[in-house]
Write a protein that binds this ligand. Structure first.
Ligand code: KG4
Ligand code: ZN
Length: 350
């Protein structure tokens, strides 16, 4: 608990780490237990633009952020029914992410904070995903929690002892799972981003080709997904698979079963080893139906609570950044002077 916090305060969060320009307003309350309310959350997605190039071109993303950041922030304030002068802290995502994208949100936030004479809370994007799972009834969370964060750039397994004390116990040694989804989708000539496409197509799969489960048996909590993607590529080449709709569906099903199997098995093993009371799932790939359902039933079987963000809190947004910055304040961090802040694309959780 942070004794210096005002009784009631407002945070304006700004997220521009990749290809979504987002802003959100949160009202936080000081006290022994965490308490906050989301007043607004606006996301402008660039998916339609990056679809054309089959992925994010950083300079294009940055230019789009510059165009949209003002209207997105204005809309977030309007929906929250607050004025800029009501804001107590400005919380931009300062890392990790694409440097040219991060710089837009960070510098915008610094300028705004300087003009209002308000402090900045530099916020970690992955902490945003981590805390997004605690948006509902944060005061009721039971620890330890094993948290699985699966996104386009990261695959992390964390042990949380409480809201302040957490450590990374496993991560990917090569590609992130979202990246593997996107690359396999490309092999199948599916549009960007591939994750949701594979999710949908897999429902029509009727045959599982039993792809390898990398690092499943290793006694650590690391993951590897590059080999799985290569196994899919070789399978298509070796068997001269014609990529008709049924073959695409079968490959989607087989790839997804292998990826989810590894994620769920290792997460449950960690929960058992650390005596977890709950498992949390977040990040863009947490929108995946098979992963959500598999972890939910594994938690039910093992009498563990399952913490899962609402669907629109899984992929990038500023609400999760507002929540992470709230927890930073709750845990005793203070805002800093705008000129001391800079974007850090390599800011990893430890
Ligand atoms: O968290 P996020 O929005 O951005 C990053 O921080 O990376 O995650 C984006 C990733 C992409 O790789 C996308 O394909 C994947 O999340 N994704 C999914 C689904 N929805 C998004 N992957 C599998 N199934 C989904 N339904
Ligand atoms: Zn993300």
């Amino acid at each position: 608990m942070n004794n210096l916090l005002p009784k009631k305060f407002k945070v304006l969060a700004i997220e521009t780490s990749c290809d979504e320009t987002a802003a959100a307003v949160l009202e936080g309350y000081s006290g022994k237990l965490p308490k906050f309310k989301i007043l607004s959350s606006i996301v402008n997605s660039q998916i339609k633009i990056h679809e054309k190039t089959g992925g994010v071109v950083p300079e294009v993303a940055a230019r789009e952020h510059i165009i949209h950041i003002m209207p997105v922030v204005s809309e977030a304030l309007k929906q929250a029914k607050v004025n800029l002068s009501d804001i107590d802290y400005i919380a931009p995502t300062t890392g990790p992410g694409l440097i040219v994208s991060l710089v837009v949100g960070t510098e915008f936030a610094k300028g705004l904070a300087a003009s209002l004479n308000k402090p900045v809370l530099p916020t970690n994007h992955m902490a945003g995903h981590l805390y997004a799972a605690f948006a509902q009834k944060p005061e009721k969370a039971q620890f330890p929690v094993i948290s699985l964060i699966v996104s386009g750039g990261h695959t992390l397994l964390l042990l949380m002892k409480d809201y302040k004390t957490y450590k990374v116990i496993g991560s990917t040694v090569d590609d992130a799972v979202g990246e593997a989804y996107d690359k396999v989708a490309k092999l199948l000539n599916l549009p960007y981003p591939g994750g949701p496409q594979i999710d949908k197509l897999s429902l029509e799969g009727i045959e599982d080709y039993n792809f390898p489960r990398p690092m499943l048996k290793e006694k650590n909590y690391n993951f590897s997904f590059a080999g799985l993607k290569t196994a899919v590529l070789y399978f298509i080449k070796k068997n001269k698979i014609k990529l008709n709709p049924q073959a695409k569906a079968n490959i989607s099903l087989s790839f997804q079963n292998a990826a989810v199997d590894v994620l769920v098995t290792k997460t449950l093993r960690a929960a058992e080893q650390y005596g977890a009371k709950a498992i949390a799932l977040s990040g863009g790939v947490a929108a995946n139906k098979h992963l959500r359902n598999s972890l939910a039933s594994a938690c039910q079987k093992n009498k563990l609570k399952f913490l899962l963000p609402e669907f629109d809190l899984c992929t990038d947004n500023a609400q999760m950044i507002a929540i992470a910055s709230y927890f930073d304040l709750f845990n005793g961090k203070k805002g800093v002077k705008p000129h001391t802040v800079s974007a850090d694309p390599a800011w990893e959780l430890k």
